[in-house]
Design a protein around this ligand. Structure first.
Ligand SMILES: Cc1cc2nc3c(=O)[nH]c(=O)nc-3n(C[C@H](O)[C@H](O)[C@H](O)COP(=O)(O)OP(=O)(O)OC[C@H]3O[C@@H](n4cnc5c(N)ncnc54)[C@H](O)[C@@H]3O)c2cc1C
Length: 212
């Protein structure tokens, strides 16, 4: 199997249908918040590869991926059932969307996009910058980290899954508050780009990762 073999250190529930996979960092591996890896595994003996975005603000002895479980999916339910100690293969990091701890951020997330959004906000606060998180999900994950961010001075908006108007209003309020990042599946990031434009911003200035 291509990629570097990596041990799964732990898997824990971080919300409804959402797990955080802690992976042992391979030698020479370095990544910035916002980047993603290609993860390969063979659940039924047949190799599957999927992309996952870092959800830890840094890469030390381990790094974290947040996986939304698609019950009909081929890989995410299998990943969620891991217990730790297994080996998966990782390539990367990939992606030009990075946070370099150099500015204020507005991190917008739908579904499992909350992982990278929270990690970028945490990195911003660690570096002394302002952070806004706008997160739309019917069943929010990483609520403990969102609360910790709020306690640390970040602005956090958690919106219902169908809250289109509230999403647009939150983006309108914060579009000029820092570098805008957006993470989520296609419908969500398209709605975010439209809302940025409606708010008078330029979607091309936003760093948007489409999960497909
Ligand atoms: C750059 C990038 C970053 C990403 N980061 C993350 C992340 O941080 N966290 C995260 O959770 N996800 C992320 N994703 C999405 C992730 O890579 C997977 O797509 C996701 O986990 C689903 O994989 P799966 O194998 O479980 O589901 P899949 O097997 O890919 O299936 C997904 C859905 O499609 C349906 N489907 C599959 N094949 C067909 C078909 N032939 N016809 C009709 N329907 C079909 C399935 O029923 C299922 O509902 C990212 C994607 C990209 C591109």
């Amino acid at each position: 199997m291509e990629g570097t073999p990596v041990t799964v250190a732990s898997v824990r529930d971080v919300g409804p249908d959402t797990v955080a996979l802690e992976l042992e960092t391979p030698p020479e591996f370095d990544a910035a918040p916002g980047q993603f890896v290609l993860l390969r595994a063979a659940p039924e003996g047949e190799e599957i590869a999927r992309h996952y975005t870092l959800s830890s603000p840094s890469v030390g002895e381990t790094f974290e991926l947040t996986v939304g479980i698609d019950p009909d999916g081929d890989l995410s339910p299998w990943l969620a059932d891991l217990e730790g100690g297994e080996t998966v293969h990782v390539e990367g990091p990939f992606g030009n969307i990075t946070y370099e701890r150099d500015r204020d951020v507005v991190a917008v997330a739908g579904g499992p996009g909350v992982g990278p959004a929270v990690s970028i906000a945490e990195a911003a606060r660690e570096a002394g910058h302002e952070a806004v998180v706008i997160y739309r999900d019917d069943a929010p994950a990483h609520t403990d980290r969102l609360e910790a961010l709020e306690d640390d001075g970040a602005t956090v908006h958690v919106l219902e899954g169908d809250a289109d108007d509230e999403l647009a209003a939150a983006i309108d309020s914060h579009v000029d508050d820092g570098q805008v990042y957006a993470f989520g599946f296609a419908d969500f990031v398209t709605a975010v780009a439209d809302a940025i434009e409606d708010a008078g911003g330029d979607p091309d200035d936003a760093l948007i990762e489409n999960f497909g």
